[in-house]
Ligand binder design. Structure first.
Ligand code: PNS
Length: 173
């Protein structure tokens, strides 16, 4: 009898406020070496997001609709516990410039200490996406700049709707 193939389940955690083409690039590349990719949106009461968790989940689901093996979920508390509850052995993180490295280094080591069986895998952002962040997208949008090409269509159309209510009032970070 041959060995059963091991199913590679991965969590891609983050705030995704909102999802950008940078995130989508990481998702797309992670699907090449995972059997099931769960995008986990952190429910964090201490941050003041532009979009509610439900809105972010909706935009993410619409943006990843073309991927057969990608799901979107939310989590609270420890990431490694969420990973364990989903049978995930991998945590995916995108890394852009060296400035991302320090924080990611700390998180990866902490997560390994908490749950040695879960491995963090870094995907380096592609050149064309390395400068994109949710924070900058929100800032440019707030100041009336053009953000097309930076975020998927579901985000663009939502931001257009938000703009009708007034950009400044809803930006908190
Ligand atoms: O997109 P972000 O905001 O950089 O994502 C950060 C995130 C959600 C990955 C991180 O804050 C996280 O994992 N939070 C869960 C709490 C936790 O497990 N903390 C201890 C391990 S570092």
């Amino acid at each position: 009898m041959g060995q059963q193939p091991v199913s590679r389940v991965a969590i891609y955690p983050g705030s995704f406020d909102p999802i950008t083409f940078g995130h989508l690039d990481v998702i797309s590349r992670a699907t090449r070496f995972t059997d099931r990719l769960i995008v986990g949106i952190l429910r964090n009461e201490h941050k003041h997001p532009l979009f509610s968790v439900e809105e972010r989940m909706e935009m993410l689901r619409e943006s990843v609709a073309g991927f057969a093996n990608v799901e979107v979920d939310t989590f609270e508390g420890l990431l490694v516990e969420f990973a364990a509850s989903r049978g995930a052995s991998l945590i995916i993180r995108g890394i852009r410039a060296i400035s991302d490295y320090e924080n990611e280094w700390q998180m990866a080591h902490m997560n390994r200490r908490l749950q040695p069986g879960v491995e963090t895998v870094f995907i380096m952002a592609s050149e064309s996406h390395a400068f994109i962040s949710s924070r900058l997208v929100k800032e440019v949008w707030k100041l009336g700049g053009n953000i097309s090409g930076l975020v998927p269509l579901p985000v663009l159309s939502r931001l257009e709707r938000v703009a009708q209510k007034g950009r400044g009032a809803v930006i908190s970070e």
